[in-house]
Design a protein around this ligand. Structure first.
Ligand code: AMP
Ligand code: MG
Length: 499
């Protein structure tokens, strides 16, 4: 199926080795990116290009831009639209798939890791349903910015290699400039990929996919006694850790549908995501999440719910006896809350600068919970509050005196100091590395995107990007980027599923 129309170019910016296309025929539709009228490079990620062993200069030259726009298919690429399904807000959609994305191919990076090179916004595919297959410039820049911020915060994530504007006008609630984003991922295997083949083709198709996932992400499981149960466990491990890391930086994914949960454990799909400001576990910014299903404090429970959908897809492979399969999978799912809780505690201990060698997990949990309650009651900014604790650990009381209500804080501080009276320089450095000064503040993100989209001015985007790429070094010149949005802005802030 599909037609290849774009000209293949002769040079090799990428050295592709496309295992998905080669080993999983029938799991995708070969397809070709749409041609766009006027491609212009908006941003190329030189640091990521280096990591991938690519020549950023070549990407930014005319031929590179043509490739990044989808106007020319590079040598060795096998562009495909991947099939997947997914539970969206709890409802099963049997056919989603790459409706505005294409996997161009895979390359091996400088560390020997296999990475997908994929487009977002490269035109309609057989999976587009009623969509136009396009991506707006604003949505592409948002994904770029927040993904890079997450990477700088040390959180597993897909990343952006480039954004090219297309010269097209896209119809959304208003006409907007179009763009193609080049996304880099450990793979694009999702929980929803498993659901698609479980729903449409049955256990042998799922087995082939699971074997591929094991080869690609968990090769150590190939020889396990029960490799598919182990696969479920391995994905649960990664997700337990990932969500704990999100919570540690106040990240709200916003649309944790099963098609937006990776098998690799990377964060994927920066649509309506946003960072929490004043702490409240029920915080939601997404305009389409009226019920708060994907609120900040719900994310671990949702990860487990999504893992249950993965488990269902794997059941026939886990054990031929359904009852035994269900029992084994249930054990994994039942262990998840505690497993995630342990990851969360370790993230929070790092943030509070507590040594991990104590056995008093319950005490540390209570200490953390009480700090969060203090933030919640005082509507205190999450990021600033934790950074203030780092300052305090260094002997600087300025931020904590400004942020915290004195009486309540004094009592908590006493407990905190009793728990950890002293810290070495190494421990202080670790605490600093767990408490960023700068996150992509919602109002800054919006301002940067507005300037880029409405005024063609990329300077605010570049400035904000530079700030969030160095999240842990406090810089006087960037002080305003550490400030939360005015409360009236946060109160009305809504994010949209950028398409
Ligand atoms: P998302 O909510 O971004 O994870 O996307 C959910 C599904 O909708 C995926 O199958 C996407 O490919 C599809 N989709 C989203 N936006 C568009 C669009 N503009 N055109 C075609 N398909 C889209
Ligand atoms: Mg998605």
């Amino acid at each position: 199926m599909g037609i290849v129309t774009a000209a293949e170019t002769g040079s090799a910016i990428f050295t592709f080795d496309n295992t998905y296309a080669r080993e999983l025929e029938g799991y995708y539709v070969p397809w070709t990116p749409a041609t766009v009228p006027e491609p212009q490079l908006v941003k190329v990620n030189a640091g990521l290009a280096r990591e991938l062993g690519l020549d950023a200069g070549a990407l930014a030259a005319a031929e590179g831009i043509n490739i990044l726009a989808g106007n020319s298919v590079p040598v060795g690429a096998t562009p495909i639209a991947q099939a997947y399904a997914g539970h969206q807000f709890g409802q099963f959609s049997p056919q989603l798939g790459d409706g505005r994305a294409l996997l161009l191919g895979e390359i091996i990076d400088r560390h020997g890791q296999r990475r997908d090179i994929a487009f977002k916004g490269s035109g309609p595919t057989p999976f587009s349903r009623r969509g136009d297959g396009k991506c707006t410039l604003g949505a592409a820049l948002r994904e770029y910015l927040i993904g890079e911020a997450m990477a700088a915060l040390g959180i597993p994530t897909t990343r952006s290699l480039a954004v090219v504007s297309t010269g097209e006008t896209i119809r959304r609630d208003r006409p907007l400039p179009g763009a193609v984003l080049t996304r880099v991922a450990a793979s694009h295997l999702r929980v929803g990929t498993f659901e698609f083949f479980a729903a449409h083709q049955g256990p042998e198709a799922v087995r082939k996919l699971a074997d591929y996932a094991i080869r690609r992400h968990y090769p150590e499981l190939a020889e396990a006694d029960r490799p598919y149960l182990e696969l479920l466990k391995a994905v649960a491990d990664r997700q337990a850790e990932l969500v704990a890391r999100w919570l540690g930086v106040g990240f709200i994914h916003g649309v944790m549908n099963t098609d937006n949960m990776t098998i690799s454990g990377e964060t994927i799909d920066y649509g309506p995501c946003a960072f929490i400001e004043a702490y409240h576990p029920r915080t939601v910014f997404s305009s389409i999440d009226a019920s708060g299903r994907y609120a900040y404090g719900q994310q671990a429970a949702i990860a487990r719910w999504n893992l249950a959908r993965l488990a269902e897809s794997l059941l026939p492979l886990i054990d031929a006896d359904t009852e035994r399969a269900v029992a084994a999978a249930t054990e994994v799912l039942d262990a998840f809350p505690e497993q995630h809780g342990a990851c969360w505690l370790s993230v929070m201990r790092a943030k509070l600068g507590l040594s991990a060698d104590t056995v008093d997990a319950a005490g540390d949990r209570a200490l953390t919970d009480d700090f969060l309650t203090l933030l919640q009651h005082g509507r205190i900014d999450f990021t600033q509050a934790f950074r203030a604790l780092y300052d305090l650990a260094r002997g600087n009381t300025e931020a904590s005196s400004r942020l915290f209500p004195p009486a309540e804080f004094a009592a908590w501080r006493q407990r905190w100091q009793t728990r950890q009276p002293e810290r070495s320089e190494t421990a202080l450095a670790a605490m600093r590395g767990a408490n960023p000064c700068y996150i992509p503040r919602n109002h800054r993100v919006e301002a940067a995107l507005d300037a880029a989209v409405d005024g063609g001015d990329l300077q605010p985007f570049e400035r904000l990007l530079a700030v969030v790429e160095q999240p842990f070094d406090e810089r006087a010149a960037d002080a305003e980027f550490a400030e939360p949005a005015p409360p009236e802005v946060t109160a009305c802030y809504q994010t949209f599923c950028g398409t």
